[in-house]
Design a protein around this ligand. Sequence first.
Ligand code: PGA
Length: 256
Amino acid sequence: MEVIIQPNAESAARMAARLFTHLIRTKPNAVLGLATGGTPVPLYKQLIEQNLDWSQITSFNLDEYIGVGAEHPQSYHAFMHENLFRHVNINSANIHIPDGMAADPDLFCQSYEEKICAAGGIDLQLLGIGTDGHIGFNEPTSSLASRTRIKTLTARTRKDNARFFGSEDAVPFHVITMGIGTILDTRKTVLLATGKNKARAVAEAVEGPITSMNPASALQLHRSAIFCLDEEAASELTRTDYYRWVFDNKPAWQVI
Ligand code: PGA
């Protein structure tokens, strides 16, 4: 794993955005895995400012609430449209977001996996992390081999996300999420985490044992996982000197 620590949320997002910019420029038909939540908003802003050509890009989002239609303001469909897609020239036929209104969610989940395979797999996956260590909506105790499926949110995640819905009661209980196995199959993944409330989950994920109690710790098994953190999210890590030393001494060919 690579841990990059930046002074603030803005510069952490810029570092993660650079990976996407580089990929879109060097592989115009890349397959991107995208995420929602408060954390990636500055990253999407920075990507929009780059005026990149998205015409051949394909995207797959991590998750969506069940029972929440695309037109619902808190749906992840609406989030992606508002924060990224309406600002870039992506072909809407190439956008994939789990359908929270699917008549047969199990069948939908299976076909989502098949579509990722048919697209050639995900080149670069963006992740956030929940205060409980979830990635996508893979809550603690999720199978580390899981694929896209239905999950039930923890009480903590529903509380964390109440800020988007106005009240905790309005937050759905169920979601469709890519599995941890789906995420581990991506070619490269960048987890962006900012703020003090993520520090414990980040420290457990990077330096703790691999355990389904912190689903992000499964990224220790990923072939190329990068954590982009601000100082606050990095504040409970013990080996920060080493992570900074690695970053400061990158060979030129490794710098993006
Ligand atoms: P947040 O969500 O960016 O809104 O904190 C992250 C997540 O739950 O994965």
